[in-house]
Design a protein around this ligand. Structure first.
Ligand code: SF4
Length: 135
C-alpha cells in the first residue's frame, strides 16, 4: 500500500482550493493501491488558507502566523493513516512545506528552493516509509 498527497489525486485541498491532479496517481488510487491524505487539512488548517513556508525551523504563513503546531499535528495524523494501512511508500507533491521531498521553498515566498524535506515527509522517513517526490 502507498500513501499519496491528496492534491495529486485530484482533491482540491491546496491552499488555493485547487488540486495538482496527476493521472498516474489517480490510477493507483482507483486500483486500490494507494490512499490519498492531505496532512495540512488533517492538522485543522482551513481551505483556502494562507500559504506557509519553512522559516528557521518553524512553519510561518505569508502574513507572519506560526502554524508549526498544526503542521506537526497534521503530519502525525497522516502518519497514523499510513501505519493503519501498512503503507511502505509515499508519493508526495514536490516543494510543499508539508509534502516536499529533497527540495522545499526557502521561506521567502518567491519560489526559490532549498534542500530539505517537508514536515510530513520528514516524519514518514523517520518511520521507515520510502518517500518519492512527484512534480
Ligand atoms: Fe497537497 Fe500535501 Fe499540500 Fe495537502 S499538504 S495540499 S496533500 S501538498
Amino acid at each position: 500500500m502507498k500513501i499519496v498527497s491528496a492534491c495529486l489525486a485530484g482533491v482540491e485541498c491546496r491552499y488555493d482550493c485547487k488540486s495538482q491532479e496527476r493521472a498516474e496517481i489517480i490510477e493507483i488510487v482507483e486500483r486500490g493501491e494507494a490512499i490519498p491524505v492531505c496532512p495540512e487539512q488533517l492538522g485543522g488548517l482551513p481551505t483556502p488558507r494562507t500559504p506557509a513556508e519553512l522559516i528557521e525551523k518553524k512553519i510561518i504563513t505569508r502574513d507572519g502566523k506560526d502554524v508549526t503546531n498544526k503542521y506537526n499535528l497534521g503530519a502525525e495524523q497522516a502518519l497514523k493513516i499510513a501505519k493503519l494501512s501498512n503503507a511502505t511508500e509515499a508519493l508526495l507533491k514536490s516543494k510543499s512545506p508539508m509534502c516536499g521531498c529533497g527540495k522545499i521553498y526557502d521561506g521567502t515566498f518567491t519560489g526559490n528552493l532549498i534542500e530539505g524535506d517537508g514536515v510530513f515527509t520528514k516524519l514518514l522517513k523517520e518511520n521507515g516509509v520510502i518517500v518519492k517526490s512527484i512534480d
